[in-house]
Design a binder for this molecule. Structure first.
Ligand SMILES: Cc1cc2nc3c(=O)[nH]c(=O)nc-3n(C[C@H](O)[C@H](O)[C@H](O)COP(=O)(O)O)c2cc1C
Length: 186
């Protein structure tokens, strides 16, 4: 894979882009980013599985498109790569325990007790949905790009569920944060 200079990329460029910035500076700067916490859900065999992320971003409205960045070494990235379908669940502040459960490295992340029925995959069931999420997105991958250590999965959103309003779970500066009250769905 070839390397190109930052600032000279065209949409067809081959990644990765070379940068002079060191990893420590980049990590320190990114720690200042505060964002909402989500869990990406997939089926692992017949069982629901989840991984905590904060790299969820809306790409465009038409078609409704999102992206997530997943460490390519994780089982979740393998699921997304092979199946092409995944869920994104935006967490409420009350869901911090499930966020912690789904962020533990190198342990199983089965989430049977936390999902809305059906608790097993069926042809049309879609990805597992977490109980108590602010919003659940049913996503189908349209593009997968490997950038350094991560898989960037760009996906069209085929369905959403908005179970209810609550304060969001936020993460930044290396910790979970409180502070934003829900103003309800608009
Ligand atoms: C708040 C928070 C946000 C995270 N965001 C991401 C993310 O966007 N992408 C990612 O690959 N890992 C992210 N992680 C780390 C993964 O949750 C963690 O590495 C993963 O669960 C480990 O999976 P493994 O057991 O398959 O290695 C985040 C962790 C936390 C606590």
């Amino acid at each position: 894979m070839s390397t190109v200079e930052a600032g000279t990329t065209s949409p067809q460029s081959i990644l990765p882009v070379r940068s002079g910035l060191d990893a420590v500076s980049f990590r320190s700067a990114m720690r200042q980013f505060v964002g909402s916490v989500s869990v990406v859900t997939t089926w692992h065999g017949q069982r629901p599985w989840g991984m905590t992320i904060n790299s969820f971003t809306s790409v465009c409205m038409d078609p409704p498109t999102i992206l997530v960045c997943l460490n390519a070494r994780t089982l979740t990235a393998s699921h997304v790569r092979s199946c092409g379908r995944f869920g994104v669940n935006l967490l409420s502040r009350d869901q911090r325990p499930i966020s912690e459960l789904c962020a533990r490295p190198e342990v199983d992340k089965y989430i049977e007790e936390h999902v809305v029925a059906p608790r097993g995959p069926s042809r049309d069931a879609g990805p597992p949905q977490l109980l108590g999420s602010l919003a659940a997105f049913d996503c189908r991958t349209i593009e997968q790009i490997t950038v350094g250590s991560h898989l960037v999965a760009i996906a069209v959103v085929e369905a959403v569920d908005l179970p209810g309003a609550a304060a969001p779970l936020l993460y930044g500066q290396g910790r979970y944060m409180d502070g934003i009250e829900s103003t309800g769905l608009t």
